[in-house]
Design a protein. Structure first.
Length: 316
């Protein structure tokens, strides 16, 4: 059964209160999806910066058919959508232009983004930050929280840069990695490194929630399955500094002794998987993930220092 509930209760109550003769005048179109709308300044900016150069549709208006029927969903705020469109362009699309060339981006970057105002909460205590579908679409969630992430009030555990990465930018690189894998699969050798240690939906339960580094996984979520592990490996690497990565590796230097299947320290296992991922990205797609990381971090620094206008809708 469809479960797309949106916050339109006042409107529903108003419609239910109409007289029977007035009911005949109610349109049979969605109250959220706007048909035959005139392009606003944002639409024109998207056409100039997404549609024309990349043939990418950036959908910020709520469309029932694009949403996920299994979750409660909320329309994205237009102001936050404008900021997100700038961030995706500057920190994601253009980073691949810079490292792999614009023709690579045009050929492989997803042709649709759909924005959801809130996260997709699961019944195991976790929630989705984004999804990739069929190699062509990324659904990016939690858009209405973007403002509080950028001003540092959403999560005190993160700096602005770390919060931006955790909730949005890393998610896009994670989902794009899935898309690349859906087109050309990563080596089977990757699946074998920690092949018997994946825990599916228990990744956020103890002890797995706390000991993932020792078990050979870069995040708790990477313990889900090999596909998520690979996407986490690439996206975590390219969105964090070398110092951050080395700190993670130091925490992974001991072995999780309760795992009878584990024969190497977490650091050795993670580095084995990173070597496979690095070779795959370079040999299959011509992407040096170290250069990609340098590009992302440089641009991220420009954003956090206020050097990038995230609300400008000027079309040259």
């Amino acid at each position: 059964m469809k479960k797309n509930y949106i916050y339109i209760l006042p409107l529903v109550m108003l419609l239910l209160g109409l007289t029977s003769c007035e009911k005949d005048k109610i349109a049979d179109q969605s109250v959220i999806t706007i048909y035959n709308y005139q392009k606003n300044e944002f639409d024109k900016w998207l056409e100039a910066n997404y549609v024309n150069p990349y043939n990418i549709s950036f959908k910020y208006r709520y469309e029932e058919i694009e949403s996920d029927y299994d979750y409660y969903t909320v329309p994205a705020d237009i102001k936050m959508s404008i900021i997100m469109a700038h961030l995706v362009k500057y920190l994601c699309i253009e980073t691949y232009n810079e490292v792999a060339g614009i023709e690579f981006t045009r050929a492989h970057f997803p042709k649709m983004f759909f924005l959801d105002g809130t996260w997709h909460f699961r019944n195991n205590g976790s929630y989705e930050l984004g999804t990739a579908e069929g190699g062509k679409k990324i659904c990016l969630m939690g858009i209405n929280y973007l403002g509080s992430v950028l001003d540092g009030t959403y999560d005190p555990n993160y700096s602005i840069a770390d919060g931006l990465n955790f909730y949005y930018i890393k998610t896009i690189h994670h989902e794009f990695t899935h898309i690349l894998n859906q087109n050309r699969d990563y080596p089977k050798a990757f699946r074998m490194v920690t092949g018997s240690s994946y825990v599916s939906d228990s990744q956020f339960s103890e002890p797995f929630k706390s000991v993932y580094l020792k078990r050979g996984f870069i995040t708790a979520y990477a313990q889900t399955n090999a596909d998520e592990d690979f996407a986490e490996m690439v996206s975590e690497y390219v969105t964090h500094t070398a110092e951050w990565w080395e700190n993670q590796m130091k925490q992974a230097e001991t072995m999780y002794e309760d795992d009878l299947n584990q024969t190497q320290t977490g650091r050795v296992l993670i580095e084995q998987k990173l070597d496979i991922a690095r070779a795959y990205m370079n040999d299959t797609w011509g992407i040096d993930i170290d250069k990609l990381r340098d590009c992302i971090l440089r641009r991220q620094d420009n954003v956090t220092r206020g050097f990038v206008n995230l609300t400008d809708l000027t079309v040259d």
